[in-house]
Design a protein around this ligand. Structure first.
Ligand code: ADP
Ligand code: MG
Length: 264
């Protein structure tokens, strides 16, 4: 049996997370505008792209250390937060892996609002000191992953992310999770993602189809450093290869999705 199949069957032992079950639970309100294609339409081609991404990441993880993954992009609205939530849902599918999403975009926090849940203290308060990171993590139901949100708005957001405290927060929570995903601000207008990349094992770039220009990607790769980047996700592809869409229609006929509905 190939190594990949072993991984897909969850042969790796889960992280030691016995006490995560005592964390508070928040019930998310998942609406079409939440753009959680993986949860809302798990048989769609869009959801299947996330399965492929999950498989590739597991494969990379099997040949070296890959647990903390930074997701970033050149500019705002490229789809970083959308990819973070869908990927977290894909990695947590089946409940075998404990996945933490840390909202490290302290400038434009959006996850609580996108999930329809009230905000609570989060990363900003932890970085300032005095708040224990474990105390601000909650499980998001029914998505099965854990959220450490941005917390309250801060004028000194970039300075906070550049302190050594961020490494402390990540090291403290790391033993409890199999995957840690860092949502982030865009690379070109701000310096935050560059500091965040130093705390991640790898960086995944998001580009928005029909919007992100090649020069912006090149510049982002140069800033983050090619050696830190594991790949690029093209978000918002509006047409799906016809040969694939035929396959999906016949295979998943009850919930078949039209090619133009693909959201990954
Ligand atoms: N594949 C997609 N198809 C349609 N809308 C999308 C897609 N990805 C993201 N969006 C929408 O674009 C906006 C920006 O996405 P978001 O993930 O918040 O970007 P970022 O975190 O990079 O700023 C949101 O309103 C989101 O719902
Ligand atoms: Mg975002």
């Amino acid at each position: 049996m190939s190594r990949l199949v072993d991984l897909m069957q969850g042969s790796a032992p889960p992280a030691d997370c016995g006490d995560l079950s005592s964390l508070p639970v928040e019930r998310a309100e998942i609406l079409p505008e939440t753009m959680l294609v993986f949860h809302m339409d798990p048989r769609s081609p869009g959801a299947d792209r996330y399965r492929l991404l999950r498989m590739r990441l597991r494969e990379l993880g099997s040949s070296g250390k890959l647990k903390t993954l930074l997701i970033t992009s050149p500019l705002p609205h490229d789809g970083k937060s959308t990819v973070c939530m869908n990927l977290a849902t894909a990695l947590a599918e089946g409940g075998k892996k404990n996945v933490l999403l840390i909202e490290a975009d302290l400038h434009q926090p959006a996850l609580n609002a996108r999930l329809g849940i009230n905000a609570w203290a989060g990363l900003a308060e932890c970085l300032e000191g005095g708040v224990d990171s474990r105390s601000v993590i909650r499980r998001v139901h029914p998505l099965n992953w854990y959220l450490l949100p941005a917390g309250g708005p801060r004028a000194n957001a970039s300075e906070l992310l550049q302190t050594a405290a961020l490494g402390g927060v990540i090291s403290k929570v790391s033993p409890h999770f199999d995957w840690i995903i860092l949502d982030s601000p865009p690379v070109l207008p701000l310096s935050d993602a560059t500091s965040l990349a130093r705390h991640a094992d790898a960086t995944l770039l998001v580009a928005r189809a029909d919007r992100t220009v090649r020069e912006a990607i090149d510049e982002t790769v140069a800033i983050i450093g090619r050696q830190r980047i594991v790949g690029i996700v093209l978000n918002g592809v509006s047409s799906f290869d016809r040969s694939y869409s035929k396959y999906y229609r016949s295979y998943y006929s009850p919930k078949a999705q039209r090619p133009e509905d693909n959201n990954s």
